[in-house]
Write a protein that binds this ligand. Structure first.
Ligand SMILES: Cc1cc2nc3c(=O)[nH]c(=O)nc-3n(C[C@H](O)[C@H](O)[C@H](O)COP(=O)(O)O)c2cc1C
Length: 195
């Protein structure tokens, strides 16, 4: 044993919202956690489009371990590797469907499948609009399997002033659902009439 904390798996897919993944990883690091990144091919494509660079270059500059999506023999593909759980952020409808049906065709899907079977916390941040009955049915299947679903929607009562405020709030809610405190959960306030 190295004495390192158990890792938190962060799955990144090709849904819009790469910045949510980046902020989630940063908040995990700030909280003293050990994120392990797994990104789908589409996730890497969307990251490049939305963030203007490569996710693996960012991960290496941030000192974050990133595991190849094709490496289905990686430690996080096995239930014997203890983790604190997994967050899939952002989560595409394709990956949500695959996890709901246990497909496990890549490392991200396999790690999610393992997280569910080992009864560890799994949180997804699914992004699509509008949602079809297929999307909703898959999410219901996941919720019934104990997966927490955190929507990437603004909390207007938090009076966000910037996109960063919105991103940070969503990322902290996703990590909170995983049981990881960021200290930001109550950083907003309710505006009462007359304030
Ligand atoms: C710029 C861009 C934005 C996308 N946004 C979404 C999205 O918000 N939600 C979604 O489900 N798919 C979105 N897609 C489509 C997915 O990337 C595509 O379905 C992909 O096959 C998902 O693969 P993955 O689940 O392995 O990452 C987007 C694609 C691109 C190129």
């Amino acid at each position: 044993m190295t004495g390192e904390p158990k890792p938190v798996i962060v799955g990144v897919t090709g849904a819009s919202g790469s910045v949510l993944a980046k902020r989630s990883v940063e908040l995990l690091i700030d909280a003293g956690e050990r994120p392990i990144l797994v990104c789908t091919d589409a996730g890497a494509e969307v990251w490049k489009h939305e963030m203007g660079g490569a996710i693996d270059a960012w991960a290496s500059s941030a000192g974050v371990m990133m595991v190849d999506i094709r490496d289905v023999g990686a430690p996080v593909a096995s239930g014997t590797t203890e983790t604190k759980g997994m967050v899939v952020v952002p989560c595409s409808m394709g990956t949500a469907a695959a996890i709901a049906h246990g497909l496990s065709v890549n490392l991200l899907q396999r790690a999610a499948d393992v997280t569910i079977k080992e009864a560890r916390p799994l949180v997804i941040v699914p992004r699509e609009s509008p949602l079809s009955v297929i999307h909703l049915t898959n999410m219901l299947t996941l919720a019934r399997a104990g997966v927490r679903i955190v929507l990437p929607v603004p909390a207007f009562y938090a009076e966000p002033k910037t996109v960063d405020d919105v991103v940070e709030h969503i990322a902290s809610r996703a990590l909170g659902a995983l049981g990881i405190a960021t200290g930001l959960e109550n950083s907003y306030r309710y505006r009462r009439s007359g304030d």
